[in-house]
Design a protein around this ligand. Structure first.
Ligand code: NOJ
Length: 570
């Protein structure tokens, strides 16, 4: 399979609210990003992805858009945006915007019109349904389906004005657009072209595999003990999803003759779904974000965190590497604005923080696919243990807390389940330096700064050649320097080993062995025919002086990760 242009690219995600505040209002903004573009160029990333910066009531921090063709004043102006775009392009990087079109804000003019009367021309732009027969409209059970929303409670909100319900898979302030209506799709494609005409380089598409729904809207199965039914079978990769993506490609991407990056966020997508979305011949998307590996430590819900089972994690990632080897493309990520910090979750954020952050970077970035780095990951930023519920800001977290406490759960238990899992772990401000508020703002930050910024911060990391930051620089640079990383095939090793993550990469006459000890004790990795690697060249390691491979295997210290390179023996 030919390797695509983005095979050597690394993407950096910015959550603008929490990145850098230039005007002291406590919220990050575009001018704050402009001030740090050189830092990102120094890191060596190729593409920046901005979480939403459009006008929004900020019910879900911008994932509720009320105007697709502007910038929220809290982030700046379109002039600021153009300046940022130029400054990114001047440094040879690209800029990708978040596209949130499964739903709009309830204050978007389309929805304001849609809800105004049953015969409004935009009524059909959203999913309106009458109350369930035999129930008092607006009371529990009268919802048109039994589905539970991602943010707790039902997926339907009753609207008094017209006596009907509208669908919202997320918050009630995020009504779902009806993609069955061709006028809706035409508007979406138009706004996408508007941004591409302005010069942006692509889109990250929010929950894009939910835009096609089973129009019969059936009830979902109810798990024992669950309050709501599971609507997933009706809206995850629904009946027309591939038709819609192909149409978008034709109506938008095909009209540009420069490289455009497209990545779809697709909860619940399987390897087979991914092959359909990302097979270049089908002309849909470049790659998707799958969720399997970030679900391995979930119990029945994400709030029920289980100890990490490394074998399960490896099995999952291996399956995706192998499943997309001949068709399609992987995105590679540990972190984003919805996930707890990787070093706290998959690594050791205490004694071995630096080593484990580097080990995680090594095993992920040397795989086949396009890696994504989430702001602060390159510093080894950790989860923040917020001590009271009042310090949380995230709508998903707050609604879960309220719902759980309302049905009688002990508030202390609910808080304890939130602390490691909340999305706010990823959303505390970026650590620029050791000063108060971490150099993020001169004002009062919208969410508390992690107290460990005095130790973990960009200024210290850039100055220290041995930091997590410089390790990220090295793995990012290696992807461009070593074709085997971008294009080689992938063979897992030691699949059942509960401590070691190891794999081989091969391309033509070059072979790479990546071995990492993802545990806090010494191990010997019994790599088959390890003696063949005795004279191999060490490509990258995360601790000085690794032991050379011997016939018995490879000795690894806690969280040690090494990649060896050699000419291939055929
Ligand atoms: C996925 C986004 O990543 C998340 O932050 C958001 O809350 C939901 N989609 C709804 O837009």
């Amino acid at each position: 399979m030919a390797t695509p242009w983005f095979a050597t690219s690394t993407v950096y995600q910015i959550y603008p609210r929490s990145f850098a505040d230039s005007n002291g209002d406590g919220v990050g903004d575009l001018r704050g990003i402009i001030e740090h573009v050189d830092y990102l160029a120094h890191l060596g990333v190729d593409v920046l992805w901005l979480s939403p910066i459009y006008p929004s009531p900020q019910d879900d921090n911008g994932y509720d858009i009320s105007d697709y063709r502007g910038i929220d004043p809290v982030f700046g102006t379109l002039d600021d945006f153009d300046e940022l775009l130029t400054s990114v392009h001047d440094r040879g990087m690209k800029l990708v915007m978040d596209l949130v079109v499964n739903h709009t804000s309830d204050l978007h003019p389309w929805f304001v019109e849609s809800r105004s009367s049953r015969d409004n021309p935009k009524r059909d732009w959203y999913w309106w349904r009458p109350p369930r027969e035999g129930f008092e409209p607006g009371t529990p059970g009268a919802e048109p389906t039994n589905w539970g929303s991602f943010f707790s409670g039902p997926t339907w909100a009753f609207d008094e004005t017209t006596g009907e319900y509208y669908l919202h898979l997320f918050s009630r302030r995020q009504p779902d657009l009806n993609w069955e209506n061709p006028a809706v799709r035409a508007e979406v494609y138009d706004l996408m072209r508007w941004w591409l005409d302005r010069g942006i380089d692509g889109f990250r598409m929010d929950v894009i595999n939910m835009v096609s729904k089973d129009v019969t809207l059936p009830d979902g199965p109810v798990r024992p003990g669950a309050e709501y039914g599971d609507g997933w079978p009706s809206f995850i990769c629904g009946p027309r999803i591939h038709e819609f993506m192909a149409e978008m490609h034709l109506e938008v991407f095909d009209r540009y003759d420069r490289p455009i990056l497209t990545v779809g966020e697709t909860p619940g997508a399987t390897v087979d779904d991914a092959r359909l979305f990302t097979d270049p011949a089908r002309r849909e998307l470049d790659m998707i974000f799958q969720f399997e590996h970030v679900g391995v430590d979930h119990g029945l819900t994400k709030w029920d965190q289980q100890p990490l089972d490394l074998v399960r994690l490896k099995r999952s990632l291996d399956r995706w590497q192998i499943g997309l080897a001949d068709t399609g493309w992987n995105s590679l990520y540990w972190d984003n604005h919805d996930q707890p910090r990787a070093v706290s979750r998959f690594g050791d954020d205490g004694e071995h923080r630096v080593r484990s952050a580097k080990a995680l970077a090594t095993v992920l970035h040397l795989q086949r696919g396009t890696p994504y780095v989430y702001q602060g990951e390159e510093l080894g930023m950790t989860n923040t243990w917020l001590p009271t519920i009042d310090e949380y800001r995230d709508i998903e977290t707050l609604r879960h807390y309220a719902a759980a406490v309302a049905v009688g759960a002990d508030p202390a238990d609910v808080l304890a389940s939130i602390q490691p899992a909340s999305r706010d772990n990823a959303r505390t401000p970026m650590h620029w330096d050791a000063s108060p508020h971490a150099g993020f703002t001169s004002g009062e930050p919208w969410i508390g700064v992690n107290p460990n910024h005095t130790e973990i911060n960009a200024a210290a990391a850039v100055a220290d050649d041995d930091s997590v930051f410089h390790h990220y620089r090295r793995v990012i640079a290696l992807r461009r320097a070593e074709p085997v990383i971008a294009a080689g095939d992938y063979t897992p090793q030691l699949r059942d080993d509960p401590n070691v993550y190891a794999y081989l990469r091969r391309l033509d006459d070059v072979e790479l062995l990546v071995v990492a000890n993802l545990s806090s004790h010494d191990v010997v990795a019994p790599i088959e025919q390890a003696q063949q690697w005795t004279d191999a060249e060490m490509l990258i390691g995360n601790i000085g002086d690794p032991a050379a491979p011997t016939a018995d295997g490879i000795e690894l210290r806690p969280w040690e990760a090494v990649a060896w390179r050699r000419a291939r023996v055929r």
